[in-house]
Design a protein around this ligand. Structure first.
Ligand code: URA
Length: 273
């Protein structure tokens, strides 16, 4: 037996003896600062966990160069004199990076009535929308349609999104992507002239209303959407996104309540001035 093995055996038998005798910790009379001795490395500093925050509104233009595509979007949107012309302008627009990232094929603009009293605005197209070229035609869209039908307003809506190409992997569109598409959304609002907007989910609500609160705080509150020049103001009601409702069916009750609030106002006659 070599001397190391003999040493280990002796140590093992001594430990066994102490354990038998009820010794379960080995302490010296005085504490020893092992870190100061340099024998034990100090524990690594905890890695800060930082949530990938979306920039606050207003910070967008400063961090991403959107000036040229935004100017082009404004020009193209302003030239469109009706919803069909706007669809053609969006399909031809090359200023939004999403067009070249996630979208398999084409732009996805709208469905519904071009003179609808209610405009529904979602976040952005998903895989089904990308494949079919229309917004809200997948599972979330089917739920949206059921809710609109249940509220008897399925034939009184114009449906669109804040961006017109599918974000890769269905990620949330960035504020810069939404900003670049915004002139087309605003032109759609001018052309359709709805009485009110229903904003689906946090990404749409926060962008359209230029607010930083989460959707759980925004939903169910009447707020004002304002055009860029401040000339046009339309009441807007944020609510939960149908994709969220598919994941959290218990939240459907709140979304349904929001929809009833909206219908009540949609059918209320304008007060005389
Ligand atoms: N989710 C959206 O926000 N929009 C769609 O068109 C489809 C799913």
């Amino acid at each position: 037996m070599n001397s190391v093995a003999a040493h280990d055996r002796a140590a093992e038998s001594l430990l066994a003896f102490w354990a038998e005798a009820g010794v379960d910790a080995m302490l010296l009379d005085e504490p020893v600062d092992r870190v100061a001795e340099g024998r034990i490395a100090p524990p690594p500093a905890p890695t800060p966990i930082t949530a990938p925050r979306r920039p606050a509104f207003g910070a967008v233009a400063a961090t991403v160069d959107v000036a040229a595509p935004l100017a082009e979007a404004r020009r193209a949107a302003a030239a469109a004199q009706d919803v069909e012309a706007l669809a053609v302008a969006i399909a031809a627009f090359e200023g939004c990076g999403l067009r070249f990232e996630g979208a398999a094929s084409r732009s996805v603009f709208s469905r519904g009535r071009a003179d609808a009293p209610l405009m529904v605005i979602g976040e952005g197209p998903g895989a089904d929308e990308d494949a079919q070229g229309e917004p809200f035609v997948g599972r979330a869209g089917k739920l949206l349609d059921k809710m609109l039908a249940g509220a008897a307003i399925a034939d009184r809506v114009f449906i669109t999104n804040t961006v017109f190409w599918r974000p890769p992997g269905n990620r949330t569109p960035t504020p810069a992507e939404q900003l670049i598409c915004a002139p087309f959304v605003e032109r759609a609002i001018q052309l359709v002239a709805p009485r009110m907007l229903l904003l689906l989910g946090g990404a749409a609500a926060k962008f359209m209303l230029k607010r930083d609160e989460g959707i759980l705080s925004l939903r169910g509150r009447w707020l004002e959407w304002k055009s860029e020049d401040g000339e046009l103001e339309i009441p807007a009601l944020p609510t939960l996104h149908p994709a969220f409702l598919l994941r959290q069916p218990a939240a459907k009750k709140r979304a349904w309540g929001d929809l009833l609030t909206l219908v009540e106002r949609l059918d209320r006659p304008d007060r005389p001035a």
